[in-house]
Design a binder for this molecule. Structure first.
Ligand code: MRU
Length: 329
């Protein structure tokens, strides 16, 4: 069983502080919505589905704070990470309950159960894709830490392995914040799944050498036409996979699909502080005074996606609009 990234007990939101991994497993206990907003902005909790569930519980905490109201609390949380669409879905799931006098905690629990259930179904739906393609490359962390439990990109790999496929995972380190080497490798190691961490710029080398059978990533927001935002560097992997005839899959729960954006051009891309590029864990990597740019995500056109692995099954980009009409109101 994979780890659980967060849970609500004793009136507080408990989060594994993902900034401390893999060196330490530190749990944060949060009792105010302001603390939850800081944890999301500061990436103690990250990964679009986990962000959405954390924000849902942030709304629960807000509903218990004197003088807090649903609208401004939603605004506070919604200002933390602009690209992750799940953030807004999670907030709204509890805002609407709170504003209409329903139980906020019940709404947050139901939202969490929905996300965990959808990720489990993604695992079941995607596993057959890897039976004969067991050497799989992934970017960033789209595992249990990013989704509360199971994962999106990692869920099909877990299920395929349980069913006997000899899964081997190529883990892009994922600069600047190293979600691949710190978090994905940690999850895979905890479960004894064979893997190797590679520098981000080594992925093309292994693809061309025939050592990668397939690529699977998660997403932070998917537009109606299938263009999707994911961790910076994803676009390059998709292009190189395409060039080498390697199938490229995107796994996501319905909460990541933004039916209001027609194409990827309308997806807002979060730009984070330059220090994240200029330093690694406080140690300078560049001369003092150098400038840096730090887009947290890039947008990959749907032409590079072979299929989306959704809770409703494996969907080709051409069938996405129909699948969305059925699944996302
Ligand atoms: O900046 P992060 O670490 O929140 O970015 C996370 C990703 O890009 C993940 O791939 C994405 O959220 C999918 S997680 C299931």
């Amino acid at each position: 069983m994979p780890v659980r990234a967060l849970w609500f007990s004793d009136g507080r939101l408990h989060l594994i502080d993902q900034r401390a991994l893999p060196q330490r497993t530190r749990v944060l206990r949060l009792s105010r919505v302001e603390e939850v907003a800081d944890a999301i902005r500061g990436m103690a909790v990250r990964g679009a589905p986990s962000i959405g569930v954390a924000a849902a519980y942030g709304m629960v905490l807000a509903s218990r704070q004197p003088h807090r109201r649903p609208g401004p609390s939603a605004k506070l949380l919604g200002a933390t990470r602009p690209t992750a669409f799940d953030l807004f879905v999670g907030i709204e799931a509890v805002r609407s309950a709170w504003a209409s006098g329903r139980d906020a905690l019940e709404a947050a629990n139901a939202y969490r159960d929905r996300i965990v259930g959808e990720c489990h179904r993604i695992g079941e739906a995607g596993a057959p894709l890897f039976r004969r393609r067991p050497k799989v490359l992934t970017h960033c962390n789209a595992g249990a830490l990013a989704t509360v439990e199971w994962g999106t990109a990692l869920a099909p790999l877990r299920v395929a392995r349980e069913r006997g496929a000899p899964i081997f995972v190529w883990v892009d380190e994922t600069r600047p914040l190293l979600q691949g080497s710190r978090l994905t490798a940690w999850e895979l190691r905890e479960e004894g799944i064979p893997h190797a961490v590679i520098a981000d710029n080594a992925a093309g080398h292994f693809m061309r050498a025939g050592e990668v059978d397939a690529v699977i990533v998660g997403a932070d927001r998917i537009a109606r036409n299938g263009d999707f935002a994911n961790k910076i560097g994803t676009y390059e992997k998709a292009v190189v996979a395409h060039e080498n005839g390697i199938p490229f899959y995107v796994a996501a729960p319905w909460s990541t699909f933004d039916a209001h954006r027609a194409t990827g051009r309308q997806i807002p891309v979060e730009e984070r502080a330059p220090d994240e590029v200029l330093e690694v864990q406080g140690r300078p990597l560049a001369p003092r005074g150098s400038a840096a740019r730090n887009p947290a995500f890039d947008v990959t056109p749907h032409e590079y996606v072979d299929a989306f692995v959704t809770p409703g099954g494996v969907v080709r980009p051409s069938g996405l609009a129909r699948a969305l009409r059925r699944a996302v109101p």
